[in-house]
Design a protein around this ligand. Structure first.
Ligand code: PLP
Length: 430
């Protein structure tokens, strides 16, 4: 497999764009080598500028349930663009997508939703809403959960539970970060300690109910129940960040996995059908505090963009119209992960896996991974070699041990068999 053109393109990109990329993980820093520069995608396949093709288990980091360049979604985008790419004025498509998301997600406590242009923006706005609504300054987040790159949420993962966080990046003021408390995922005692240290000041707890940013690590049911009870007891809002898991883990995202109803939910990725969209939703009462109904300011020139709304509508319509979609996607994810475990077992390489709907994750780790701290014990060097080997076999996996993978609808059983053959030969040669 040749990568000459990608190597050149990467060099050229680095002259003008920091690191040659517009989002850091794309630079392949954790696995080494040159990222293939993509020319096009079709269904489960990605094609690079050197003429290589790959089975794509990233799918733009989640949005593309039906794979690349899906016919219906592409046509909807083209038709909407022909009518104008942006108006900065209300369109009916916004109401249609709002109604559709709220009715499909089927959480009776979510009555209104506002669209933004990214997951980061959705979460940042949801946090402001929670702070403005409760009149409290502090938030609790979990180590290893990623909620976009806004200041309050860019807190060093892996810091000791219950301590005040340290910024993960220069440029994030300590003064701001002191309002972000860190707890350990799946560890209710660490959350209790946060509440004990600051019983009256915590506006919200934000969690990825199915964490996909430390690899795939689902929250435990009893942990989530206890978390919701603690929030209720302290008048603290519970925010589910479903930017990744929404319409991915199931039609109702994480909801079917827990008997808990969050106060605010953030969405992104799938609801935009591959276009830049995010959203946050809550009860009518909470949302009435948002501008222009209430005093909490939030806005966006391209929010509710008509082309993006059309893509989201086409995506969700197709999801609803496709029978047994999530059952099929989950069975493929299970086939892949069972295959990885079997190969690891046969070859004496410890691999543990998780599956939630169309999301999957595997760790080169001996024993269960239940939080960021255990995820960090994984063999990242082995992961990097595995990733490089798989890429050369035409299999495009997320380029970090700490990212989830995604199954798209065109990924057939046969293509997964092919992936498993590649995995067997790569692991056999390591
Ligand atoms: N929240 C979660 C759970 C995410 O996985 C991500 C991105 O991967 C974000 C928020 C940020 O979304 P975006 O990259 O669209 O800003």
């Amino acid at each position: 497999m040749k990568f000459d053109k990608s190597v050149e393109a990467f060099k050229e990109a680095q002259r003008y764009i920091p690191g040659g990329v517009n989002s850091p993980v794309r630079a392949f820093g954790q696995v080494g080598g040159t990222p293939p520069f993509i020319k096009k995608g079709k269904g489960a396949w990605l094609y690079d500028i050197d003429g290589n093709k790959y089975l794509d288990y990233v799918q733009s980091w989640g949005p593309l349930i039906f794979g690349h360049a899906d016919k219906e979604i592409t046509e909807a985008i083209i038709e909407a663009a022909k009518l104008g790419s942006s108006f900065g004025a209300p369109t009916e498509a916004e109401t249609q997508l709002a109604r559709m998301i709220l009715s499909i997600y089927a959480h009776p406590g979510l009555e209104k939703i506002r669209f933004v242009s990214s997951g980061t923006e959705a979460v940042m706005s949801a946090i402001r809403l929670a702070r403005g609504y409760t009149g409290r300054p502090d938030i609790i987040k979990f180590t290893g959960c990623y909620h976009g790159h806004s200041d309050s949420l860019l807190v060093k993962a892996g810091s000791g539970a219950t301590t005040f966080g340290n910024p993960s990046s220069p440029g994030v003021p300590e003064d701001l970060i002191k309002h972000t408390l860190l707890a350990r995922y799946n560890d209710i005692e660490s959350v209790k300690a946060c509440f004990e240290s600051s019983p009256h000041t915590i506006a919200c707890v934000i969690i990825e109910p199915i964490a996909g940013n430390m690899g795939l690590v689902p929250a435990k049911k009893e942990f989530m129940r206890a978390l919701a009870d603690l929030c209720a007891a302290h008048g603290t809002l519970l925010i589910f960040d479903e930017v990744m898991s929404g319409f991915r883990a199931s039609l109702q995202g994480a909801l079917p996995y827990y008997d808990v109803k969050p106060d605010i939910v953030t969405f992104g990725k799938v609801i935009g059908g591959g276009m830049p969209v995010g959203a946050f939703a809550a009860s009518r009462q909470i949302m009435s505090h948002l501008s222009p109904e209430g005093p909490i300011y939030q806005a966006g020139t391209l929010s509710g963009n008509p082309v993006a709304m059309a893509a989201g509508l086409a995506m969700l319509s197709k999801i609803v119209a496709t029978k047994n979609l999530y059952t099929k996607l989950e069975s493929r994810a299970r086939q892949l992960m069972a295959g990885f475990e079997e190969i690891g077992h046969r070859r004496g390489i410890p691999i543990v896996t998780n599956v939630r709907g169309s999301m999957f994750g595997f760790f080169f780790h001996d024993g269960a991974v239940e939080d960021y701290e255990t995820a960090l014990e994984s063999d990242t060097k082995l992961f990097a070699r595995f990733h490089q080997g798989m890429l050369k076999q035409g299999i495009y996996l997320a380029c970090s041990q700490f990212e989830a993978g995604f199954i798209c609808e065109p990924m057939t059983k046969k293509l997964i068999d092919r992936t498993l053959e590649a995995a067997d030969s790569v692991l056999g040669a390591l």
